[in-house]
Design a protein around this ligand. Sequence first.
Ligand SMILES: *Cc1c(COP(=O)(O)O)cnc(C)c1O
Length: 394
Amino acid sequence: MNDHGNPKDATLAVWAGEEGPLWENATQVPVVHSVSFGYDDLEHWAQIGRGEISGHIYSRNSNPTVRVFEEKICRLERAQAATAFASGMAAISNTLFTLLAPGDRIVSIKDGYGGTNKIFQEFLPRFNITVTLCDTTDQGAIEAAVSQGCRVLYLESPTNPTMKIVDIARLAAAAHRAGALVVVDNTFATPVNQKPLELGADLVLHSATKYLGGHADALGGAVCGPRDHIRRIFHFREINGAALDPMAAYLLLRGMKTLPLRIERQNQSAIQIARYLQSHSAVEQVFYPGLDSHPQHAIARQQMKGFGGMFAFSVKGGYEAVKQFLPRLRYAHRAANLGAVETIVGPPATTSHVELSSRERAAMGIPENLVRYSVGIEDPADLIADLKQALKSI
Ligand SMILES: *Cc1c(COP(=O)(O)O)cnc(C)c1O
């Protein structure tokens, strides 16, 4: 494609991957449901199969609609290459199983996404891969663990649900000194608020199901990074089969066109609502990296352009109070997902950390009276008024 200068995120979100020409002069990306692609010229077909010229053979390997989604996220993350997956978890597991081999060690944090934590605790050890999970906010401990040697340093920032921040640039430097690869799950921040590759990460992962799609109507995932790493991960995925469906790819890339607009609104609303809650007498604590009171606010300021649309808060009166007040919210889905145009709320005790006992949650620093709040694109004044009337029940 021919870029004039250096297009910004809002321009890339709309145009990247869609510069055309598209089929029959369509201005919108066609959803190509075809499983296979046919060729009369056997030599041409073979060249595509060997990857010598571009084209598609079979949709488990590549598909034109999925290709546009990959190009869009690749450009937004300022990566060389990207490959798409059926879900965020497929992106994470395929990436880890491509990079790791028996005898390897991986270092990560205790506050990682629940599904990722399951891979660390349940599946990787079966393949004789050592997993070291460090205190999320103890950057010195993570550096020390990495310096003992590892294949991969796996990070997430901000984390779920207590919005801890890890210093990506500092830890990436430590990992590179130890010869390790740095992988960052950027689902919460999105490339609009944080660009891990520019901070020194080697690979950046997404659950596109959340903010990238933004409408809670399609599952998908992606990994972005240097061409040779992405080629290896793509190869693992094409054989293991976690391919993104073309219809889901279309929904995701349509959602991505408004990603910078949505994130801008959600950044602005989240800080307003977080400040409101901080001053509310029924609220114990607010966890949002944009607040001065957040313990890693300084790191967040350094590595993020905006602080995102996710926060959590604890209410007085324990889990009973949460049960009282959540059903009273008018403008919120009570559900397990996040990052959509609608506001979504849920206690970690019934969503992301439901499989744990209350004691295990306490050990992870997740109180029973915590509520996770994913701000939608509604008018923030309406959301504040809604919280105000619901919190009256406490
Ligand atoms: C949701 C989520 C995932 C998993 O994505 P799916 O699309 O549900 O498979 C991974 N990481 C983070 C941070 C998430 O929020």
